[in-house]
Write a protein that binds this ligand. Structure first.
Ligand SMILES: C[S@@+](CC[C@H](N)C(=O)[O-])C[C@H]1O[C@@H](n2cnc3c(N)ncnc32)[C@H](O)[C@@H]1O
Length: 386
């Protein structure tokens, strides 16, 4: 099978996590800003779409070259083998972006790329009239960065965060890809308790259950490249079969989600049922301040309100402080909180073991990590033996 240049796009700050997922799938990769690149065939593209929990999209790079004039852009685009991907009836809209490049007019770049591909296809398909574009969709992107043009086709369709289970949501839902990354950054193991005390629409507990039972995040959705002639149905059948084989539905889980708002608890329950995980996650209405447990060595991952709106900061900080008191006895638990509040550690009452800068959409946040007793001991032991 032909090898492609594959690009898994990633949110800023998540590149290392996406790269680890790509390597775990069995592909050596390189990490750049916002993207992970590797080589692979159609099966690799299909498996990446099916399995990558933290990547945004999977694209195929068709070409990359320097270009300083529109003529150059036209000729170099026309020289690429578009007919190897696009059938005669392909629908192929072209989007674009340009950063620090001589060719800065994005609409002109898009029009030129479109024209060049049409020219190439006319020759290959021996056509003199216009293409009808009533076939499968190939979303092409022309991206210019410092005069380097990268031409890609998107293989995912809707972004990979759209798993197909979240029909209801609250005011500030977390992207499923970021929720999965937050869990991957913890030391959680599926045989340990997992709690999201601010569950909202249930994204974090649902992603934890998918990870816990090794259920592929793309199992319940479709991908635009499924309709492409170069992707035989047998490839997708094989990849879906692999996902079915690798799912561990017998793995017992102890995952719970709480929220102060009973309407969110209902939405979270509905979403979990939609994901087929309704019996695996327990949701209840509760204030974080009232959280107690006799269980040990669990993991808490929380995405509380940030208090960014006018007049909300004080109340949110009071809640953070009470949360610190409620969590203080949980010395065996590891606690992870994502917030944009820069005074979090002070308000919560404890310096974090570690913090990591992450973007929640456009909001700059920190992921405050408080490691539990055993994890702390293991890490100290590790350090001492080095
Ligand atoms: C940013 S949202 C969480 C969104 C969630 N991660 C999702 O993907 O839908 C914060 C949630 O915290 C809840 N909340 C606010 N104060 C709370 C408290 N004191 N205890 C528990 N939940 C609280 C809100 O009702 C809201 O649903």
């Amino acid at each position: 099978m032909k090898n492609f240049d594959i690009i898994a796009t990633s949110a800023m700050g998540l590149e290392a996590i996406v790269a680890k997922e790509v390597r775990d799938l069995g592909y050596e990769c390189q990490v750049e800003n916002g993207k992970i690149t590797y080589k692979g065939d159609v099966r690799a593209v299909a498996r990446s779409n099916m399995w990558l929990r933290t990547a945004d999209r999977i694209k195929i790079k068709i070409g990359e070259f320097k270009s300083y004039t529109f003529d150059e852009l036209f000729e170099k685009t026309k020289a690429l083998p578009w007919e190897e991907f696009l059938p005669e009836n392909a629908e192929f809209p072209v989007s674009g972006k340009s950063v620090k490049s001589k060719l800065f007019s994005v609409s002109d770049c898009q029009a030129i790329v479109k024209k060049a591909i049409v020219e190439r296809m006319r020759k290959s398909y021996k056509k003199t009239t216009w293409f009808e574009e009533n076939g499968p969709l190939f979303k092409i992107e022309v991206a210019l960065l410092k005069d380097v043009v990268t031409l890609t086709i998107d293989t995912s369709g809707s972004g990979l965060h759209k798993r197909g289970y979240r029909s209801g949501q609250g005011e500030a839902p977390l992207k499923e890809t970021l929720a999965a990354a937050l869990i991957k950054l913890t030391n959680w193991h599926p045989d340990k308790p997992f709690v999201d005390p601010f569950c909202g629409s249930g994204t974090i507990p649902i992603e934890a259950a998918l990870i816990g039972q090794n259920i592929a995040p793309g199992f319940n959705r479709e991908f635009v490249s499924e309709a492409w002639p170069i992707f035989p149905d047998s490839v997708w059948d094989e990849v879906r079969m692999e996902a079915e084989d690798l799912a561990n539905y017998d793995q017992p889980l102890d995952i719970s989600g709480m929220d102060i708002d009973h309407r969110m608890v209902k939405i979270a329950e509905e979403n979990a049922f939609e994901a087929g995980l309704g019996d695996l996650i327990s949701f209840k209405q509760m204030r974080v301040q009232d959280f107690t447990t006799k269980k040990e060595y669990g993991v808490i991952v929380g995405n509380p309100p940030y208090g960014e709106r006018l007049g909300e900061k004080k109340a949110v900080e009071e809640m953070y402080s009470q949360m610190g008191e409620a969590f203080a006895p949980l010395d065996t638990w590891s606690i992870y909180i994502l917030t944009s509040n820069e005074d979090f550690e002070q308000v919560y009452g404890k310096p974090a073991t570690k913090k990591r800068k992450l973007f929640n959409g456009f909001i700059r946040t920190d992921y405050y990590q408080y490691w539990g007793k055993r994890l702390q001991e293991l890490i100290n032991k590790d350090k001492a033996s080095c």
